[in-house]
Design a protein around this ligand. Structure first.
Ligand SMILES: Nc1nc2c(c(=O)[nH]1)N[C@H]1C(S)=C(S)[C@@H](COP(=O)(O)O)O[C@H]1N2
Ligand SMILES: [Mo]
Length: 554
């Protein structure tokens, strides 16, 4: 970096640093705003920030992801977004400073940013020609605004001889340029542009208005673009008419409920259903843009539209979905009535080749899950779901189409915003979480949870209802036992279930005596296997141990 040389007059020094920083921030903000609007208008789901963020999510080391997902399972995305914004702001300021000193360098920086956005979006799963448009539009906007700001820049005048001195280096030497007041020596030609210099105060005001106006416009455009997109998709979702199931779920007997207040309801309301995904912003996809490709090691590759999917025989089932990240006693489990097409029927038509032991499902935002082909063909109700509790899938739960496979944790089976099923081999491809050290095979482990009383609760002595849920999808729960303070295991009452694929409520009446007590629960599945006492964290294939709570009886 060159600094002030003796033969260069003080008045030829570059503008104050903050002009550049402000210019960079304004240009970046406006670029993001324009990017969002173009994304909303063209239907490209990847606005620049989302595209770049998606790449960052994919690249994050396992330890970071693992920590973020298990500890802040929802807030990790927020933290990432904040991180992206900070890094972006730093780069933006840097490029702005460059641009205000030597415009071509600044524009080159913008072009580089745009190229990252284009690459990031064009390489997303299911990318179309529309995907890179927001990045291109954003980069052009940023470049345009930087040129404008550069022209408006209140700058110290220099003699006409310095008019070509534009190549005097970026001059990031703070001490050197802080010595120069903006607007000093107005009316002389600027060394930075060949337009006549305007009055310093006026140009300073113009610069500020332009920069602030751009930031203001961006603050409207970014949420506006997103809202526009979400509204489009919400309207499309509201217009969906789900076909009646050709194989309806059996009506639920009242006895699915243990009838104890405080226990998770047998059917989890959509609004209460846990949500886990790596998506920075919920992918917004219209059914008209949806396509499922079944390809890879198949004899007959297939492509299905949403309309074609809805025209097929529909199956409706209650299935409990659980997350591998669920801690013992945790809330990352829910039970819903799903409506969809049996995956095995589609696979039958595609004809998987011998040895294609893995079905890789991909989402529109590039998430992948690997499911054993055998699990999708062994007769269980593995679904391409379009409905959840009588409604089209909520957007956060995978609208328009997701997978639901009884007996497997969500990360290996429950891909939301599904766009692709690729028949491959476990030895040829590792899916998203498998690359991050989770197990490739992940059948659900038998678990049980005490919902009431809650941990730490103060109770009165006498009869206390202890109750909760237990699950062992595909095997079924045949017994639940409770014990108090290492006493004998007591059989709990089991509520009814429609199949082996849902959780089961249980209850037990406790004659509570004063003092501090420890309550524990364990379930036994239909094969006779008792839930293990061995405590294990969720990584790599699901937590184990007995849910244990402490209560005080007075
Ligand atoms: N596209 C996509 N699908 C996904 C995920 C994801 O990150 N992206 N997470 C999976 C995981 S880990 C779980 S547990 C379930 C959770 O589904 P839910 O959010 O509807 O409860 O979705 C699965 N499907
Ligand atoms: Mo999960």
């Amino acid at each position: 970096m060159k600094t002030q040389t003796a033969d260069r007059p003080v008045t030829g020094k570059p503008p104050k640093l903050w002009y550049g920083e402000l210019a960079g921030l304004a240009a970046t903000a406006l670029a993001l705003g324009v990017g969002e609007l173009v994304a909303a208008a063209t239907g490209g789901p990847s606005a620049p920030l989302v595209a770049v963020g998606g790449v960052a999510v994919d690249a994050a080391p396992t330890a970071v992801k693992e920590f973020a997902v298990t500890v802040f399972y929802t807030y990790d995305k927020l933290a990432l977004q904040a991180g992206i914004v900070l890094v972006l702001a730093a780069f933006a300021a840097f490029i702005g400073v460059l641009a205000m000193r030597r415009l071509p360098y600044g524009l080159a920086g913008v072009a580089m940013f745009g190229a990252i956005g284009v690459l990031a979006s064009a390489t997303r799963a299911g990318a179309t020609w529309a995907y890179p448009l927001p990045s291109v539009a954003g980069a052009l906007t940023a470049a345009g605004l930087l040129v404008l700001l550069h022209r408006t820049l209140p700058r110290p005048a220099a003699s006409p001889a310095q008019a070509v001195g534009d190549s005097e280096g970026p001059g990031l030497d703070v001490a050197a340029h802080e010595a120069t007041a903006p607007g000093q020596g107005a009316n002389a030609p600027s060394p930075y542009t060949r337009v006549p210099a305007v009055d310093g105060t006026r140009s300073r005001r113009r610069f500020l208005v332009l920069a602030a106006g751009s930031i203001g416009a961006a603050m409207v455009a970014v949420p506006g673009g997103r809202r526009l997109w979400a509204q489009r998709v919400a309207a499309a979702r509201a217009a969906v008419v789900l076909p009646p199931p050709s194989s309806p779920a059996a009506p639920l007997p009242a006895r699915v409920s243990a009838g104890v207040p405080g226990v998770a309801p047998f059917v989890t309301r959509n609004a209460d259903f846990y949500r886990i995904d790596t998506a920075l912003t919920v992918p917004q996809m219209e059914p008209k843009d949806w396509q499922l490709r079944i390809h890879g090691r198949v004899k007959q590759p297939l492509t299905l539209t949403y309309e074609q999917l809805l025209a097929r025989p529909m199956v409706e089932r209650h299935i409990t979905l659980s997350c591998v990240s669920n801690e013992v006693g945790g809330e990352l489990v829910g039970n819903a009535r799903w409506l969809g097409v049996l995956i095995r029927e589609l696979l039958e038509e595609a004809g998987p080749e011998e040895g294609a032991d893995q079905v890789v499902s991909r989402s529109v935002d590039g998430y992948t899950a690997g499911t054993p082909t055998a699990a999708l063909r062994d007769g269980r109700d593995a679904l391409l779901a379009v409905g959840m509790n009588g409604e089209p899938l909520p957007v956060e739960h995978g609208f328009p189409v997701r997978m639901v496979v009884p007996g497997l944790y969500g990360y290996v089976s429950a891909t939301k915003w599904l766009t692709e099923l690729e028949l491959t081999r476990f030895s040829d491809f590792s899916a998203y979480w498998v690359r991050r050290d989770y197990a490739a095979l992940a059948p659900v482990k038998t678990q049980s949870r005490i919902d009431t009383p809650t941990a730490g609760k103060r109770l009165e002595s006498g009869l206390v209802m202890v109750a909760g849920v237990a699950w062992a999808q595909q095997r079924g729960v045949s017994a639940v036992e409770v014990r108090v303070d290492d006493g004998p295991w007591q059989q709990a009452q089991l509520a009814a279930v429609p199949s082996v694929d849902t959780w089961r409520q249980w209850s037990w009446t406790w004659q509570a005596t004063p003092g501090k007590h420890r309550l524990q629960v364990r379930a036994t599945d239909d094969t006779g296997q008792v839930q293990t006492e061995q405590v294990h964290e969720p990584l790599p294939d699901g937590a184990t141990g007995w849910h244990t709570i402490k209560v005080t009886v007075t």
